[in-house]
Ligand binder design. Sequence first.
Ligand code: RFL
Length: 394
Amino acid sequence: ESADVVVLGAGPAGLVLGILLHAAGIDCVILERASRTQVRTRARAGFLAPNTVEILDRHGLADGLHRHGRRHGTCEFRTQDGRFRLDYGALGQGAQHHVYPQQNLVTDLLTHYLDLGGRIRFRTEALAVRDADGNRPSVTTREPDGGTTRWTARYVAGCDGRYGAARRSLPPGAVRHHRYDHGVTWLGLLAEAPPSLDAVGYAIHDRGFAGHMARTSEVTRYYLQWQRGTPADAWPEQRIWDELDLRMGAADHGPLRRGTLLERGVFDLTCDVVEPLRHGSLLLAGDAASLLAPAAAKGANLAVLEAEMLAEALTDALTRGDTAGLDSYSDRCLAHIWRAQEFTGWMTRLLHAPPDPDQDAGSFFHAALRRSRLASLRTSRIHQDWFAENYVGV
Ligand code: RFL
């Protein structure tokens, strides 16, 4: 089988790319490992930046988001010494987030793509991309019935995330792979409960970080810093809620609204960047290009930004033979990626002292630096403006 562009993965990156290519009259197909139901129900991100909303608006993809999403512009930092709020939506450039669960966005995008008549194959796993250094790359897939198929293309777009086939198929030495481990692990929780505060909550506690992020009026995301290697189901629900209460200072600031924990996932705060984002006719976008720690909620936003840039570049190349956009694609994306990595790293160090296994003196030092960093954020308008600009920016 064949298509001019074979897109691997139907996450935000692959679907936005597929829609824009299809709208530009480019022959493309999306190959997705998961089933349609899995794609539509995976709860992940929720905070969309103004730039993301602008991109979705530009292409008529933001109806659901405007109808059901909510604007959000406040975060609250809690420590054992008290709490303070930042109305980041009124600071910096005065921009807010839209809160709209990623699975709802993905569902909207998928519906749009299918309504356009877009081609997509579910339960079709890309195994390898071959001949990317020539101009006739191919993708081998495992089909739902267990058979294999070979897809030929002009270009392959790797939007299949961190563990996808695109990354795996890069020949050794073709790109550099920069990795960093923040040395911290989070337990991510989805609770069937309304939000407990009208702000993103970041709690910095001697026992570790705890976080609160609104999703919908019925579902709220919580995070607990977690011992690396401990399974997600190691604690009963009661103990998790008690620990969230303790770290978030519920005794002083009011109780959390408890509910059944619908989902638990453990993830290490690691990040990486593939550089460049292109090897011949294979181009990477989204998590396949760069993975960010979730502290600053940047991943889905970068995925949408890169998908739009890649769609324009591929359209120019395929309709007019103009490859300037493809040639500069990697550099243009990397500028955004490193900006997002830098802020995410800053945010992660605000919430966590770097691991310092050997001495108490070191951990005291880092805890004191963190307190000072927070005090600056609490009191300096310039620091607050900088925070706000970066927090909602991509
Ligand atoms: P996705 O969404 O992971 O989609 C990749 C798709 O590729 C498929 N796939 C394959 N298909 C075919 N063949 C293969 N070999 C394949 N291997 C994989 C997968 O099934 C999947 O459908 O990547 P994409 O499109 O690059 O989008 C990236 C975002 O999903 C990700 O960055 C965000 O979810 C990160 N993130 C957040 N980002 C934000 O901007 N704001 C947030 O508030 C936010 N919160 C989060 C997050 C990520 C989280 N997790 C997953 C740790 C909260 C959490 C808990």
